[in-house]
Design a binder for this molecule. Structure first.
Ligand code: ACO
Length: 271
């Protein structure tokens, strides 16, 4: 991406320094935004600051953005939560889970909701989000990949929902998309064993849209972005809205919803 074209970067957003401290880089190039977890030396382990950084990006995403790519620098997409957050000392400047549980004024549930905000916006109908996943996607890393609409993965990918092995539940919005993608039985199998899902299985069970050689990941994502941008923007938004609502509606209700969306499209196209 040409420097001049990048309209917004980790270093020059309103809260750019905070974003940089969160280990997250953010770039916008026209209709494409790229979020990069950028602590490869720690395998992109996620902290409270990572999640508030993601939430801030969601809040200030430029309107022209149609596709958001989420990726991780280095050998791993993300090794999950920064394990120092489970220690009494926590992450310097950020505290720990035990301090979060005791923080005055805000309930722990409210804190979790604020962490989840960093993930939830990736499903907005106005955008399509793509996780480009190589290496480890563990715990919070797996859930970040699940927060995206699509997952394009490298051959060396290994997904693992490690939370139950640590006495925790996955709480960063990953359980619903996992069940919707692979079904309840497979989700139970994956989560309650905390086993690793490799690329071939990920492809077979619907966790991944595409598996490519590691060196081809960037190009594969680039190609998918181009395909997504090739269709009419407003039709894409309306169609995603329809698809997202389909499971909760009856066939009859969904048919009505299709008609309503189409009427708006026809009016927009032909007056
Ligand atoms: N939290 C904090 N630091 C981490 C984490 C993490 N989750 N994962 C890796 N790191 C650090 C390591 O401590 C090491 O730091 P150091 O160089 O200062 O010693 C560095 O990243 C590199 O880690 P290695 O283990 O040397 O890298 P390797 O490629 O061999 O292994 C792997 C990667 C498999 C991801 C391993 O680091 C690991 O198992 N990490 C912990 C995964 C985990 O349990 N995550 C929590 C999941 S639950 C949840 O997210 C809610």
């Amino acid at each position: 991406m040409a420097e001049a074209q990048a309209q917004q970067r980790g270093g020059n957003t309103d809260d750019g320094s905070a974003l940089t401290e969160s280990g997250v880089r953010f770039e916008v190039d026209g209709e494409i935004a790229t979020i990069t977890l950028a602590r490869p030396e720690k395998r992109n382990a996620q902290t409270f600051a990572t999640w508030s950084g993601l939430a801030r990006i969601g809040e200030s995403l430029p309107e022209q953005v149609r596709v958001v790519v989420v990726k991780g620098e280095g050998p791993s997409f993300s090794a999950g939560i920064d394990l120092r957050m489970f220690t009494p000392e926590g992450v310097p400047g950020q505290g720990s889970f035990s301090s979060a549980a005791k923080s005055g004024g805000t309930t722990f549930e409210q804190r979790i909701r604020s962490f989840q905000a960093g993930f939830l916006w990736l499903r907005r109908p106005e955008i399509v989000s793509i996780a480009a996943v190589q290496g480890h996607a563990i715990g919070a890393g797996f859930q970040l990949a699940l927060a995206c609409d699509l997952r394009i993965v490298a051959e060396d990918v290994s997904f693992c929902m490690k939370e139950p092995a640590l006495g925790l539940v996955p709480d960063l919005t990953g359980t619903k998309p996992l069940v919707e993608l692979v079904g309840l039985a497979k989700a139970i199998d994956i989560c309650l064993t905390a086993r690793t899902v490799h690329a071939d299985e990920a492809m077979r069970i619907g966790l991944a849209e595409l598996v490519v050689a590691g060196g081809d990941l960037e190009q594969a994502v680039h190609d998918k972005v181009a395909e997504l941008l090739s269709v009419n923007r407003d039709a894409a938004v309306a169609t995603k809205r329809l698809l997202q609502g389909a499971q909760a509606r009856t066939l009859e209700e969904q048919s009505v919803a299709e008609g309503i969306e189409q009427e708006a499209r026809i009016k927009a196209l032909f007056g």
